[in-house]
Design a protein around this ligand. Structure first.
Ligand SMILES: Cc1cc2nc3c(=O)[nH]c(=O)nc-3n(C[C@H](O)[C@H](O)[C@H](O)COP(=O)(O)O)c2cc1C
Length: 251
């Protein structure tokens, strides 16, 4: 901040703002600074955007997403594996997950197989398989198995019908429970139970918490960025008026 002849000059990254000190205080300067540095889109601006630009912007603005491969098998025995970034926790008792399926205006083999067999697997993508995982998004026809095309390997565990991805270090065998049409954009929320859970023994902490960092599980930024998150800390249950306590840092 430079003070000169009674006025305040504020240099932001983009602009030099000159304001009269009689009508402002430091807080309002900061608000002005924020105003000039933050890009703002109103929904009317988003509506006007080029399709790809809008997709990139809106897919990344809600934060990092989970990175999973959903693997299935058709009634006729054809396997399929595809990347999904919308798998989310629904509840732990009973253990349930959900994922969002894009509109069924084009063939959706994962969904078709799930409806035929009632089962699928959810396999964490780790840092050693991001290229193969991303390639599964390509529009292969129903007769082509992405397992063969990408070099990801099928694995069958505990007589569960759907294949798991061998390279994946954390995986779940899931059974279809229900689905909800999201009428606003014709997507479907699929709900499933977790029937089987597999992970490398060493990544589970004594209280059941899985240290995803040790499995090199990645997160997805938008629809094409793969990131390796770094664990910063872990905290005890938060209670009003109680000081937050770290599991890792000695207080
Ligand atoms: C990073 C990424 C995340 C994706 N997430 C989803 C998703 O959550 N839901 C969905 O329906 N499609 C998603 N897709 C698209 C599917 O991977 C793609 O449509 C794939 O071809 C589906 O294959 P299938 O027809 O064999 O099921 C995603 C694609 C990418 C690249």
């Amino acid at each position: 901040m430079i003070m000169r002849s009674g006025s305040i000059k504020w240099r932001t990254k983009a602009k030099l703002i000159v304001v009269n000190p009689d009508i402002i205080n430091l807080r309002s300067i900061l608000k002005i600074d924020l105003f000039f540095n933050m890009k703002h889109y109103h929904i009317s601006d988003i509506d006007e955007l080029d399709e790809l630009f809008r997709s990139n912007l809106v897919n990344s603005c809600t934060g990092y997403k989970s990175a999973n491969l959903l693997a299935t098998i058709s009634k006729g025995g054809r396997t399929n594996v595809a990347v999904f970034n919308s798998v989310t926790h629904i509840g732990s008792n009973p253990p349930m997950i959900g994922f969002i399926l894009r509109p069924t205006t084009v063939p959706r083999n994962t969904y078709k197989n799930i409806r035929e067999t009632g089962v699928f697997t959810v396999n964490h993508i780790n840092k050693n398989m991001i290229e193969q995982a991303h390639q599964t998004a390509a529009k292969y026809d129903e007769k082509t198995s992405e397992f063969l095309e990408t070099g990801l390997e099928e694995e069958y565990l505990h007589a569960f019908d759907a294949p798991y991805v061998k390279q994946s270090l954390i995986k779940m065998g899931c059974r279809y429970l229900n689905e909800y049409n999201i009428k606003e954009n014709n997507t479907i929320l699929v709900i499933a139970s977790i029937e089987h859970l597999y992970f490398e023994e060493g990544i589970r902490m004594p209280d059941g918490w899985l240290r995803l960092e040790d499995a090199n599980t990645v997160a997805i930024n938008g629809l094409d960025g793969y990131a390796l998150p770094e664990l910063l800390d872990r905290f005890h249950y938060a209670r009003p008026g109680k000081e937050i306590r770290s599991y890792f840092k000695k207080m």
